[in-house]
Write a protein that binds this ligand. Structure first.
Ligand code: RFL
Ligand code: PHB
Length: 389
């Protein structure tokens, strides 16, 4: 089997890349280890930057997002039982859209399958070979049969636990990493969101976040210990803790049946460079941000936009300078987004190692961000998404 671009992973990065290439007349095959149902139901991100919304719209996958997505013009920062709004529209003229990652994935799969796109689900034992040669290959097993796919390029869009990044020989990549001494316990609840906009709350007992998916579905998070067992968190205990940490004057939290719950660890992670020979890493395969800035999905989208453009230019003109500079181009944005995600995380979470000074300093920072236009504008500019270069 031959394809111009072999794409490992049918997350947002791999699927969007496949769509952007198709629009340039470039053929690809997407190889995914999980089933279609699994990737379409996975509960993940929910916040789309305006850049992401614009790109999905331009790629012809914006229709349902425009109808069902919730456009938000700000967020609330809450501390010491008071809420302070950061008005994105006024500070930046831009907005964000709440639309679940699973819906983005569904829309992309639908459009690819409707346009003769090739996606192989439940592709087992993926491995990548001959990365420095002119024709790298991907091997998989499908229904017990081995398959080899010859490619001009391979896109490693297989997430943090994928096979592409570990296939790069030792000594090539430099890893930059920070783990955080806490995790997020997240729930999806059948309850109308208790606020029109997202609420990020700093509390003595730890961070809490109120988000949403639809006018009927709330998504809520609590900072917890990374070795916490989900079994120890009954629904009652979760709601109790949310009430405490989100408490605010003249406001109440609406409860509802918990449909899903889970715990996710937090890390900041980058590899440099994001390419090796004809293998290009994109999205979580190359970098992870803690979720506090809502950037992971948006950063994956920014990578594949640059990669699709570089590959298209190569086929159009034979020029490979954009491919050669792919990693450097992406990393400029990656590090700015890493800084923002780390900063939001540090400002809003309780660290066990913090002393009374650190807590006062955090409150000073929250007071500054919510009272200085310059500081609020900096948060807003990053949250809605830095301009695409
Ligand atoms: P994905 O989505 O992990 O997709 C990778 C795909 O590759 C497949 N795969 C393989 N396929 C074949 N062979 C193999 N050996 C394979 N190994 C893996 C996987 O099954 C999967 O389908 O990576 P991608 O495309 O780079 O997308 C990244 C985003 O998913 C991620 O950054 C975001 O979900 C992060 N994130 C958030 N990002 C935002 O922009 N806004 C948010 O509000 C936001 N909230 C979140 C988040 C991530 C969270 N968790 C669970 C980590 C909230 C949470 C709780
Ligand atoms: C979400 O809705 O899942 C969400 C929102 C904002 C974040 C992280 C996750 O910062």
């Amino acid at each position: 089997m031959y394809t111009q671009v072999g794409i490992v992973g049918a997350g947002p990065a791999g699927l969007l890349l496949s769509r952007l290439l198709q629009l340039q007349g470039i053929d690809s095959i997407v190889l995914e280890s999980r089933s279609r149902e699994y990737v379409q139901e996975r509960v993940r991100a929910g916040v789309l930057e305006q850049n992401t919304v614009d790109l999905l719209t331009d790629a012809g996958v914006g229709e349902r997002m425009r109808q069902e997505g919730l456009v938000h013009h700000g967020i609330e920062l809450r501390f010491q039982r008071r809420g302070y709004r950061i008005d994105f529209q006024e500070l930046t003229g831009r907005s964000i859209t709440i639309y679940a990652q699973a819906e983005v994935v569904k829309d992309l799969i639908d459009v690819r399958l409707a346009t003769a796109g090739r996606i192989i689900f439940e592709a087992a034992d993926a491995s990548v070979h001959n990365l420095k040669g002119f024709q790298p290959t991907i091997r998989i097993t499908q229904n017990g049969e081995p398959i080899e796919i010859q490619c001009d390029f391979i896109a490693g869009c297989d997430g943090f636990h994928g096979v592409c990044r570990p296939s790069i020989p030792d000594g090539v990549l430099t890893v930059y990493e920070r783990t955080y001494p806490f995790a997020w316990l997240g729930i999806l609840a059948e309850a109308p969101p208790s606020s029109d906009e997202l609420v990020y709350s700093y509390h003595d007992r730890g961070f809490a976040l109120l988000s949403m998916r639809t006018p009927q579905l709330s998504r809520l998070y609590l900072q917890c210990s990374p070795d916490e067992e989900i079994e120890n968190w009954t629904d009652d205990r979760i709601w109790q803790e949310l009430h405490t940490r989100l408490a605010c004057a003249d406001w109440s939290l609406t409860e509802g049946p918990v449909l899903q719950k889970g715990i996710a660890g937090m890390r900041s992670f980058v590899v440099e460079p994001m390419q090796y020979g004809r293998l290009f890493l994109a999205g979580d395969a190359a970098h992870i941000v803690p979720p506090t800035g809502a950037k992971g999905l948006n950063l994956a989208v920014a990578d594949v936009r640059i990669l699709a453009h570089a590959i298209a230019e190569f086929y159009r003109s034979g020029r490979h300078d954009l491919l050669d500079t792919y990693s450097a181009t992406c990393l400029r944005r990656v590090w700015k987004v890493q800084r923002f995600s780390w900063w939001m995380t540090s400002m809003l979470h309780r660290f066990d190692s913090d002393n009374a000074f650190d807590q006062r300093r955090q409150l000073g920072e929250l007071d500054y961000v919510t009272s200085s236009r310059a500081a609020a504008q900096s948060l807003a500019e990053n949250y809605v998404g830095l301009p695409m270069e």
